[in-house]
Design a protein around this ligand. Structure first.
Ligand SMILES: Cc1cc2nc3c(=O)[nH]c(=O)nc-3n(C[C@H](O)[C@H](O)[C@H](O)COP(=O)(O)OP(=O)(O)OC[C@H]3O[C@@H](n4cnc5c(N)ncnc54)[C@H](O)[C@@H]3O)c2cc1C
Ligand code: SF4
Length: 323
């Protein structure tokens, strides 16, 4: 079990930020605090591109330019965007010394993002997301096909945010609005089908983002799930740097939070942690799943409505047997 310095539950004091964010908006509020007060020079943000129904990473220097997008459940090339940004910074002959950049990161990308920044002379503050798995863009395409919506019709698609736990919000060019719950829905089945996850997710064991400075999570715990509708973030700090900026954001009243036990964070993600441990302790099953789920023939049938349900049931049975 990774050990955090401090663990908290809290939310943004800005009601709009809290509502628009995935959980309680603590991540976005730390960005707001650090950019507003000049403690960071740049932050990673994402812009929705309606043409490709995808999110494009870019860098902002003012909170006004930062988009509160919620969690983005499709693979993006953040590494390339960061390298390009740092290269352009260097070509402008700007001095990187003393520059600080805030990066949101999945657990598997945190180390590499920090190393890229360090090489360019930047100090990175990594706000890590908890992660069960990341989907390919095909998961979104498959969802749209199951909903009977053509990709050409979509004008906006957001996966989380606007209340908690919220879900997928789709707007069509003709003005139709479709909402798909984050829990107990066709999207939940697609998300957990493992048909659309990245190959690396089959052997991942870093759910709680132990290389980040701060980790953010949803409080997937009975007491919050039964009452919370706006959102709270369960979060922890792993480094002095992370703790320093969390403390400052709390002192400056950008965030309200109370300290809780690390067990709360662990327990909120326990099913994912156990499932990942089970995959890692059963390499033949992991290997078989990974091979089968990428096979063109298997995918052709598994994505048919009838077989998809069967696929999900059998996959869950096997996962239950090994956990
Ligand atoms: C692929 C994925 C898997 C997840 N799995 C889990 C899980 O298993 N358990 C759990 O509790 N929570 C999970 N989350 C949710 C995540 O931990 C929440 O985003 C977090 O609780 C948000 O807290 P917040 O409201 O304080 O952040 P916010 O204020 O909403 O800020 C989060 C910011 O993260 C950035 N961001 C969104 N998606 C990505 C991405 N893919 N890569 C990099 N940056 C991004 C955006 O800039 C966004 O504004 C997952 C998120 C993603 C993207
Ligand atoms: S499950 Fe692991 S490997 Fe997959 S995206 Fe999340 S952190 Fe990366």
């Amino acid at each position: 079990m990774e050990k955090s310095k401090h663990t908290y539950i809290g939310y943004s004091t800005d009601e709009t930020v809290r509502y628009k964010a995935s959980s309680g908006g603590v991540g976005s509020s730390v960005v707001k605090y650090m950019l507003d007060t000049g403690q960071a020079d740049y932050a990673l943000s994402f812009t929705y591109d309606p043409e490709s129904i995808s999110y494009i990473p870019h860098f902002v220097s003012k909170f006004e330019d930062y988009s509160i997008t919620g969690s983005i459940y499709q693979e993006m090339n953040i590494m390339s965007a960061l390298k390009q940004f740092l290269e352009e910074f260097r070509e402008d002959r700007q001095d990187a010394v003393g520059r600080r950049i805030i990066l949101f990161s999945l657990p598997c990308q945190a180390k590499a993002l920090r190393a890229i920044c360090r090489k360019a002379g930047f100090e990175a503050v990594i706000i890590g997301l908890t992660c069960s798995s990341q989907q390919s863009k095909e998961a979104t395409s498959y969802l749209l096909s199951r909903l009977g919506i053509s990709e050409d019709e979509v004008s906006m698609l957001q996966y989380r945010g606007n209340g908690w736990p919220s879900g997928i919000q789709i707007k069509t060019k003709s003005g139709r609005e479709i909402f798909v719950n984050n829990n107990d829905s066709i999207w939940t089945e697609i998300f957990h089908s493992r048909l659309f996850i990245q190959k690396r997710c089959f052997s991942c064991n870093n759910t709680l983002n132990c290389y980040a400075d701060i980790v953010l999570a949803d409080p997937w715990l009975k007491e919050y799930m039964s009452t919370e509708t706006v959102g709270q973030t369960l979060f922890a700090t792993y480094t002095e740097l992370g703790e320093k900026y969390i403390k400052k954001a709390i002192e400056a009243k950008y965030v309200v939070a109370k300290e809780v036990s690390y067990d709360l964070l662990y327990n909120s993600q326990k099913p994912t942690i156990i499932r990942k441990e089970a995959y890692n302790s059963h390499p033949p099953i992991r290997k078989w799943f990974r091979r089968l789920f990428v096979s063109k023939t298997y995918r052709f049938f598994a994505k048919k409505k009838l077989f998809f349900n069967l696929h999900c049931r059998v996959k869950s049975k096997i996962e239950n047997l090994i956990t």
